[in-house]
Design a protein around this ligand. Structure first.
Ligand code: IMP
Ligand code: MG
Length: 177
């Protein structure tokens, strides 16, 4: 029994494409934050794989922190409620903070996080999202770095789960319920 089962659909973004885009994002961050030490705030658990790959491309002194928020439970649609499950360990005061997210769907999780982190008085606060759903208004969401824009399908892999499964797929695929 491997990690692929009947719920794993078409591969939307393969390993090589993911790697190439993550390298581009890391290089962009390296350029934009030259002379500074960014603090990456990964949103658990979905951003775990992405932040780990991204951080290794950023050629700057870099620190990590993590938050865990829950908005979905085990369902594949939003509950509309964001709850902090794990808070920050580090002080954000005067830090250049980059929120690293797996996917921005409604933007609810992100707008909550942005307000929460902004209140901790960082020197700057930007967002790096691996995926954004195409129907969303990316400008209104104010995402500085976007990996890929995807259509409306629910996706799994590279950190993204359904009921905690499929996070270890090295690619992003359609989920077949
Ligand atoms: P939002 O608050 O609606 O933007 O939802 C964002 C969160 O929902 C993400 O951080 C994911 O954890 C989860 N999510 C949204 N779409 C998907 C998906 O297609 N696959 C897996 N998780 C998703
Ligand atoms: Mg999730």
């Amino acid at each position: 029994m491997g990690r692929i089962d009947e719920h794993v659909g078409q591969v939307l973004i393969d390993e090589e494409t993911l790697r190439a885009r993550v390298v581009e994002l890391g290089e962009a961050i390296t350029r934009d934050y030259a002379g500074r030490a960014p603090l990456l705030v990964g949103v658990l658990k979905g951003a775990l794989v992405f932040v780990s790959d991204l951080a290794r491309v950023i050629d700057l002194p870099t620190e990590f922190d993590f938050m865990a928020v829950s908005s979905y439970g085990n369902a594949t649609k939003t509950s509309g409620v964001v709850r902090i499950v794990k808070d920050l360990d580090l002080d954000l005061t005067n830090r250049h903070v980059i929120i690293v997210e797996d996917i921005v769907d409604s933007g609810l999780t992100l707008s909550y996080l942005r307000r929460y982190l902004q209140a901790r008085k960082p020197a700057s606060l930007e967002v790096c999202a691996l995926l954004v759903r195409g129907a969303r208004d990316a400008t209104a969401l104010d995402l500085k770095y976007i990996g890929f824009t995807i259509a409306d399908e629910f996706v799994i892999g590279y950190g993204l789960d359904v009921a905690e499964r499929y996070r270890n797929l090295p690619f992003i695929a359609d989920y077949l319920p």
